[in-house]
Design a protein around this ligand. Structure first.
Ligand SMILES: NC(=O)c1ccc[n+]([C@@H]2O[C@H](COP(=O)([O-])OP(=O)(O)OC[C@H]3O[C@@H](n4cnc5c(N)ncnc54)[C@H](OP(=O)(O)O)[C@@H]3O)[C@@H](O)[C@H]2O)c1
Length: 296
C-alpha cells in the first residue's frame, strides 16, 4: 500500500514510521520543511515531500496514489489568542483532508485527535480537535473508512511532555512552582500506541470508530513531577500553585519563546485526561521514564 502521513515528522509520526518501516508499505511524509527533516530518510521506503497541505490543490496532487492517509498534524499553541491558528491546523485541515480523500478516491483515513476533544470543550485546542472529529464522522463515513484516535498524554523517548519538565528542572533546581498540579493524566507509552495505530490500518473493526485511549495508571501532574525528580536523583521541591496563580503563570509563560505553557494549555487542564480506555496499554511511567531521561 501507499501510505501518506501528514505531521509524520513529529514525535508520534517518527514512532509510527519506525513501525511501518518493518512492513512492505511505501511511506510518503508530507512536511512544511523537507531540508529540516531529512534525517527521517534513514528509514527504508520513506519519501519526504515538501508541500502546503492547507492548499487543497497541493494536497490532492501529493496524495494521488495514496491508499491510506494518516493525519497526525496538531498544535498545542498558536500565535495570539483568537483560536485562528488552532482552527487552521485542526478543523479547517480536516475539511481539506476529506476533500482530498474524495478527489483521489482514498478509502482509508486515520486521524489523530485527543482525549476530551469536544466542540464544547474548555480550550481552543480541545474545541477545534472536537470540530475536526465531528466533521470527519458526519461527512466522511459515506466514502472513506475513518478511525479516530483520542489519546491522553503520550510519553516515551523524544516526547514533549516528560522531557519538557525534565529540562525545565535543569534550570529551576531548588523549587519548582507547578501550575495545575492536581490535573490528572493516564499517560500512554508511544511504542504501544504506534503499534495499535499501525495494526488498525487493516483492522475492519476499527473502521468508522473513535477510540478513547489511556495508559494503565492515573497520575496527577504533581505525581509525574515527583517521579521525574526521583529518576533524576535531584532534590527539587515542587510547590503546587493555586488556580489563580496557575493562570498567572500560564499568562506569563506565553511571553517565553516557544510558549512552554499558555492560557489555552491551562484551559485544557480544566478537564482530567483519563478514561475507560477502549484498548489496553500496559507500560507505566515508572518503568519507562528511567530509560530515556537523564539521571544526574
Ligand atoms: N504528544 C502527545 O502527548 C499527544 C497527546 C494527545 C494527542 N496528540 C496528538 O497527536 C498528534 C501528533 O502529536 P505529536 O506529539 O507527534 O506532535 P508534534 O511532535 O508537534 O508533530 C506534529 C507535526 O505536525 C506538523 N505540523 C504542526 N503544525 C502544522 C501546521 N500548522 N500545518 C501543517 N503541519 C503542521 C509538523 O510537521 P512539519 O513540521 O514536518 O510540517 C509536526 O512535525 C497531534 O495531532 C496531537 O494533537 C498528541
Amino acid at each position: 500500500m501507499n501510505i501518506t502521513i501528514l505531521g509524520g515528522t513529529g514525535f508520534v509520526g517518527r514512532s509510527i514510521i519506525n513501525c511501518l518501516s518493518k512492513t512492505k508499505n511505501n511511506i510518503t511524509i508530507i512536511t512544511r520543511n523537507r531540508e529540516a527533516n531529512k534525517k527521517i530518510l534513514v528509514y527504508p521506503k520513506v519519501t519526504l515531500v515538501e508541500a502546503n497541505i492547507h492548499d487543497l490543490e497541493e494536497l490532492t496532487q501529493c496524495t494521488k496514489k495514496t491508499d491510506v492517509l494518516i493525519n497526525l498534524v496538531g498544535i498545542l499553541n498558536e500565535k495570539g489568542h483568537s483560536g485562528r491558528g488552532f482552527r487552521k491546523a485542526h478543523s479547517d485541515l480536516a475539511r481539506i483532508i476529506l476533500s482530498a480523500c474524495k478527489a483521489n478516491n482514498i478509502k482509508r483515513l486515520l486521524h489523530m485527535s485527543a482525549l476530551n476533544a469536544d466542540s464544547k470543550g474548555p480550550s481552543h485546542y480541545l474545541r477545534t480537535k472536537g470540530e475536526a472529529e465531528s466533521y470527519l464522522m458526519t461527512y466522511g463515513k459515506r466514502f472513506v473508512n475513518i478511525t479516530i484516535f483520542k489519546p491522553s498524554v503520550i510519553f516515551g523517548k523524544n516526547d514533549s511532555f516528560v522531557l519538557r519538565f525534565s529540562n525545565l528542572l535543569n534550570y529551576v533546581p531548588f523549587v519548582f512552582p507547578l501550575a495545575c498540579y492536581n490535573a490528572k493524566f493516564a499517560p500512554i507509552f508511544i511504542d504501544e500506541l504506534s503499534e495499535f495505530i499501525v495494526d488498525s490500518i487493516s483492522n475492519t473493526k476499527s473502521f468508522n470508530r473513535k477510540f478513547n485511549l489511556c495508559g494503565p495508571k492515573i497520575y496527577s501532574l504533581k505525581n509525574i513531577l515527583d517521579l521525574i525528580i526521583k529518576t533524576k536523583n535531584i532534590r527539587t521541591k515542587v510547590i503546587p500553585l493555586s488556580k489563580s496563580l496557575s493562570k498567572i503563570q500560564a499568562a506569563t509563560m506565553e511571553f517565553i519563546p516557544g510558549k512552554p505553557f499558555s492560557l489555552d494549555n491551562y484551559n485544557s487542564c480544566k478537564i482530567d485526561s483519563y478514561c475507560d480506555s477502549d484498548y489496553d496499554f500496559y507500560s507505566d511511567l515508572e518503568t519507562i521514564i528511567p530509560t530515556y531521561i537523564n539521571s544526574n
